[in-house]
Design a protein around this ligand. Structure first.
Ligand SMILES: Cc1cc2nc3c(=O)[nH]c(=O)nc-3n(C[C@H](O)[C@H](O)[C@H](O)COP(=O)(O)O)c2cc1C
Length: 253
């Protein structure tokens, strides 16, 4: 009886790896998993396996086999998403150069944590007098995205986006500058995460009041921008018409 219980537990124990594997897949990153830890544990299972295999003890055998299989899977997933991790650690300069307006997205949804991270990047922007007037509405529901696409003709591609962040600001003196600073932070964070994103005009547009009403925003907030988001359908290179040298003036024009 004790042995059967131990065998069942030996099989069940490695299933605790499943949430870890799913989390890596969901976040498309193994950044928070130490390679040293994953490879170390895996190596232990590999080196224990020959002894377990030749042992008459079935619990030890099963424990070793199931753990080896599951942990090999963990290591595989960690390595698979390591590329992404490297991309995330991209130097700032590379992120700035990589960012471009992406309007075509793959259909996969975006993890909630990732969207929250983008909004958090927005909240790290500078704001005039430090008033931090931002309010971000994260949209993931398909019918709402489609509705937004219908309202904003210049953002029709919202219909195929995985999500959008709608940037509102309390109506302060510098609401527009503050909202734009937050928008750019979100775009850069999105680029660093390997996401595709596009800035869609909000302020000054005829539809600003419609969008504001749609989200039941309080009267004192103003729409600054909408940011469409999704995993990019294609690798897009940034293209600029003007070279930095042509627009930089030292000391005077
Ligand atoms: C204030 C602002 C408003 C924009 N509005 C829109 C828009 O409504 N629709 C759109 O497709 N792109 C919009 N864009 C994205 C620009 O078209 C894009 O940044 C520009 O063409 C340069 O391309 P890049 O972002 O790939 O460098 C906007 C960008 C800014 C800064």
């Amino acid at each position: 009886m004790i042995e059967i219980l131990a065998m069942v537990m030996a099989i069940i124990l490695p299933f605790w790896n499943i949430p870890l594997i799913l989390r890596i897949i969901r976040l498309r990153s193994s950044r928070d998993i130490s390679m040293f830890w994953a490879l170390g544990v895996w190596l232990c299972f590999v080196l224990m396996f020959p002894a377990a295999l030749s042992s008459p003890d079935p619990v030890w055998k099963i424990f070793s086999l199931v753990n080896l299989v599951f942990f090999s899977l963990v290591v595989f997933v960690v390595l698979l998403f390591r590329k992404k991790e490297v991309a995330k650690d991209m130097e700032f300069e590379k992120v700035v150069s990589k960012r471009s307006s992406v309007r075509k997205y793959r259909p996969e949804s975006l993890p909630r944590e990732l969207l929250q991270k983008l909004a958090a990047a927005g909240a790290k922007a500078p704001s005039a007098r430090g008033v931090e007037p931002w309010e971000f509405v994260i949209v993931t529901e398909r019918d709402v995205l489609e509705k937004l696409a219908g309202i904003c003709p210049n953002g029709a591609f919202l219909a195929n986006a995985a999500a959008a962040i709608v940037v509102f600001c309390r109506d302060t003196k510098y609401y527009l500058e503050d909202g734009c600073a937050a928008t750019e932070n979100i775009l850069l964070q999105a680029a660093a995460e390997g996401l595709g994103a596009c800035w869609i005009a909000g302020d000054k547009k005829d539809y600003a009041s419609t969008v504001t009403a749609m989200f039941k925003a309080p009267a004192e907030v103003r729409l600054v921008s909408l940011i469409s988001l999704g995993w990019p359908e294609e690798d897009k290179l940034q293209q600029k018409n003007r070279q930095p040298d042509s627009l930089v003036h030292w000391e005077k024009f």
